[in-house]
Design a protein around this ligand. Structure first.
Ligand code: HEC
Length: 118
C-alpha cells in the first residue's frame, strides 16, 4: 500500500511539473509590425511639433497639420536631420529639446517602412 501511495505521489508530481503554467503562455515580446503614421507617428507630431508647425503658425515654413504635410517634410525636407542633431545644437527640433530616443527611432523606422499612413 505504501508503495502504491508513493507511486501515485511521484506520478502526480511528475504531471504537475510537466504542465505549462499560465505564466509560460504569456508572451511579453512586443508585436513588431510596420510603423504607420496613424498608429505611431501622429501622437509624436501632435504632442511635440504641432504647437509651432501648424497651418496658422508654420515655423520655418513647415506645417505638419496633415499626414501628407508631415510625410513631405520627412521625405523631401529635413525632419530626420533636425530631430537627430545633438543636444545644444541650435538646429535641433523640437526647439531646445530632444525627442525621446524611441520617438526618433519610430520616425526613422517609419521612413524605412515607406511612410505608411495606416
Ligand atoms: C517651440 C516651437 C517649435 C517646436 C515645438 C518645433 N519646432 Fe521645428 N521649427 C521651429 C522654428 C521657429 C523653426 C524655424 C527656425 C529653424 O529653421 O530652426 C523650425 C524649423 C524646423 C525645420 C526646418 C524647416 C526647413 O524647411 O528648413 C524642421 C524640419 C522642423 N522645424 C521640424 C520639427 C519637428 C519634426 C518638430 C517636432 C518633433 C518640431 N520642429 C518642433 C519651431 C519649433
Amino acid at each position: 500500500m505504501k508503495k502504491i501511495i508513493s507511486l501515485l505521489f511521484t506520478t502526480a508530481l511528475l504531471i504537475s511539473c510537466s504542465e505549462t503554467s499560465p505564466e509560460d503562455l504569456v508572451d511579453n515580446t512586443p508585436v513588431l509590425g510596420p510603423v504607420t503614421y496613424n498608429a505611431d507617428i501622429f501622437t509624436i507630431v501632435d504632442s511635440q511639433c504641432l504647437s509651432c508647425h501648424n497651418d496658422n503658425n508654420a515655423s520655418g515654413n513647415n506645417s505638419y497639420s496633415t499626414y501628407s504635410q508631415f510625410r513631405d517634410a520627412t521625405e523631401n525636407g529635413n525632419v530626420i536631420d533636425r530631430i537627430t542633431r545633438s543636444p545644444g545644437d541650435p538646429l535641433l527640433m523640437p526647439q531646445g529639446n530632444q525627442l525621446p530616443q524611441n520617438s526618433i527611432d519610430l520616425i526613422i523606422q517609419w521612413q524605412m517602412d515607406g511612410y505608411l499612413e495606416n
